[in-house]
Write a protein that binds this ligand. Structure first.
Ligand code: HEC
Ligand code: HEC
Ligand code: HEC
Ligand code: HEC
Ligand code: HEC
Length: 414
């Protein structure tokens, strides 16, 4: 009778199978090992070898091994980024791979590392010496590195590196323009041109219809109402959506839809998020005076209009949002309609008389007249009188224009 075994395989195969199994485990482990992020010792050893090769062994000896830290007492920052980014201040490694590349010279010329560290511009966790932690891909916007990865997560349409400019502007908020912070510059221009200050205080100047924005960047991410926001629930995403269509997020708001492009809405969001009480001493904030005064030109046009026939509208503050062309009043922001024809327009738009509308205003004007410009009944009567004068002036000018145009019209008829 033949001898039987329990296994269908010959005995010799079993050790082979075992060996194959062990090899598989080992190769998996090796794969994981080689794919892990290197630690700082690896980068320091690599850099030492590169310096020795490029600049000689003597130079390589100058490299201090171990943790590197820049302590900036004024900014309360202890940045260890250079533990890995050792080449930052060395010349000759401009084309090397990160983290061993020479830092672009421009930004450090005005901001030496011993006075600014790294995280005052880049964000990230300064104390960490592990790349994942240092670059900090964590939820809140202040903590992660304000680099390309975050820019991509935010879906920045223009410059993927622009998120860092939020930090530039924590210090540079009083500059009209900051070289190297182009998104912020665009946003500052929009704030002036679109007249956000008609409704918002920024740096101590502006209206009270919307909230004071001076430190709006400090509002915690949890304080936003995300109910109507689709997609990412971050303060950045909230602001972008709000700038694109305020009523989509806050249905009862009187903030107008300015029809901003995505690029503009993103730039404005970065700007408002940079508006924080600075954790930096005054000498780290360039720009004097440290307020945001009107320009000389703005002051002059305002003064001129104050002595003209539309003086009442300038003095009262209506001109912040309304032009009254017939009286030579030009609003810088033009948030509301021209009031030259209000007498007629209110009647046709709302089916009410002007007196009635000003007594019980609706929409934006109900907020304006209850929060920003409080008028007594007598003053409202004055307003109606002034608006009638404006309308009379408008009709007079229209009649004159028509007379002036007649010859041109008859020429055209031939
Ligand atoms: C453990 C080593 C290590 C530490 C510590 C470290 N980094 Fe890096 N850094 C890297 C490596 C590796 C890369 C390149 C690969 C990558 O992008 O992750 C890099 C890339 C970068 C980049 C370019 C990538 C981007 O998204 O824009 C920036 C900027 C940067 N680091 C800044 C910092 C700052 C600021 C700190 C300190 C808070 C820091 N790093 C700390 C290893 C490190
Ligand atoms: C004054 C602000 C400022 C400071 C301080 C600063 N950087 Fe930078 N850093 C910049 C700017 C601006 C760039 C260029 C980004 C670009 O190309 O758009 C840059 C580029 C880099 C890059 C290359 C990133 C890339 O996208 O190519 C790394 C890495 C980096 N910095 C690390 C550091 C480290 C480490 C420190 C501290 C030793 C530091 N930086 C200090 C402003 C600063
Ligand atoms: C912690 C505060 C701080 C941060 C962050 C900061 N700066 Fe500055 N920056 C200053 C101060 C202060 C000066 C003036 C330096 C001087 O005159 O000695 C300055 C000077 C400059 C200048 C030269 C201005 C001139 O008129 O010559 C430029 C350009 C500039 N910064 C751009 C930037 C950019 C871009 C960033 C972000 C990548 C940035 N700064 C981040 C504080 C800061
Ligand atoms: C007609 C008045 C008006 C104008 C003009 C206006 N806003 Fe607003 N804004 C408001 C009101 C009211 C709110 C509060 C309700 C809301 O969130 O929409 C608000 C809210 C905001 C918020 C959110 C504040 C917070 O605490 O959540 C920001 C940011 C903002 N406005 C920025 C701007 C900017 C930038 C401009 C100019 C481009 C502007 N606003 C123009 C009335 C206005
Ligand atoms: C903060 C901006 C703001 C200020 C300041 C302001 N208005 Fe208005 N006003 C508006 C807006 C916006 C409208 C358009 C209606 C709406 O959106 O509800 C409007 C509408 C009106 C209308 C109706 C006009 C029409 O054609 O429908 C009158 C009348 C009016 N405002 C008068 C005034 C007077 C008078 C003052 C000064 C006492 C004043 N407004 C100040 C924003 C403002």
């Amino acid at each position: 009778m033949e001898k039987r075994t329990d296994s269908p395989y010959p005995k010799v195969d079993r050790p082979i199978l075992a060996v194959v199994g062990v090899l598989l485990v080992i190769s998996c482990a090796l794969f994981v090992w080689s794919d892990r992020k290197h630690d700082w010792r690896y980068y320091q050893a690599t850099f030492r070898a590169q310096v020795a090769e490029k600049l000689g062994a003597e130079k390589a000896k100058l490299l201090r091994p171990g943790l590197q830290q820049v302590w900036v007492a004024d900014l309360k920052r202890a940045d260890r980024c250079m533990t890995c980014h050792q080449a930052a201040l060395w010349k000759g490694f401009e084309t090397a791979e990160e983290p061993l590349r020479t830092h672009p010279a421009g930004p450090l010329r005005n901001h030496p590392v011993e006075k600014y560290g790294c995280t005052s511009c880049h964000g990230g966790q300064g104390y960490a010496v592990d790349a994942t932690e240092a670059h900090g891909p964590v939820e809140h916007w202040e903590e992660p590195l304000l680099g390309k990865t975050l820019g991509e997560a935010y879906g920045l349409v223009d410059d993927k590196n622009a998120a860092m400019q939020m930090n530039c502007n924590v210090c540079h908020r009083y500059d009209r323009e900051t070289k190297g912070a182009e998104a912020i510059n665009l946003a500052k221009k929009l704030v002036t041109e679109r007249g956000c200050r008609a409704c918002h205080v920024v740096n101590g100047r502006g209206g009270s219809i919307g909230p004071d924005l001076t430190n709006v960047g400090e509002k915690a991410a949890e304080q936003y109402e995300y109910g109507r926001l689709s997609g990412q629930k971050t303060s950045f995403a909230w602001h972008v959506a709000h700038f694109k269509d305020p009523r989509a997020l806050v249905p009862e708001t009187v903030m107008p839809n300015f029809h901003f492009t995505t690029k503009e809405a993103q730039a404005l969001s970065m700007l408002v998020l940079s508006w924080r009480r600075a954790p930096v001493p005054a000498d780290y904030r360039p720009g004097t005076p440290r307020t945001d005064p009107q320009t000389a030109a703005e002051v002059e046009t305002e003064l001129k209009m104050k002595t003209g026939p539309g003086a009442w509208f300038v003095k009262t503050g209506c001109f912040v949002c309304h032009s009254i062309q017939a009286l030579g009043v030009k609003s810088p922001a033009q948030i509301g309609p021209d009031l030259s024809t209000a007498v007629e327009d209110v009647q046709s738009r709302f089916g009410r008389t002007l007196d009635d509308f000003l007594r019980e205003p609706t929409g934006t004007m109900s907020v304006v007249l209850s929060r920003q410009i409080i008028l007594t009944p007598e003053e409202k009567a004055v307003a109606v009188g002034k608006l009638r004068e404006a309308f009379a002036e408008y009709q007079k000018q229209k009649a004159e224009d028509a007379k002036g145009k007649k010859p041109a019209a008859s020429i055209g008829a031939h």
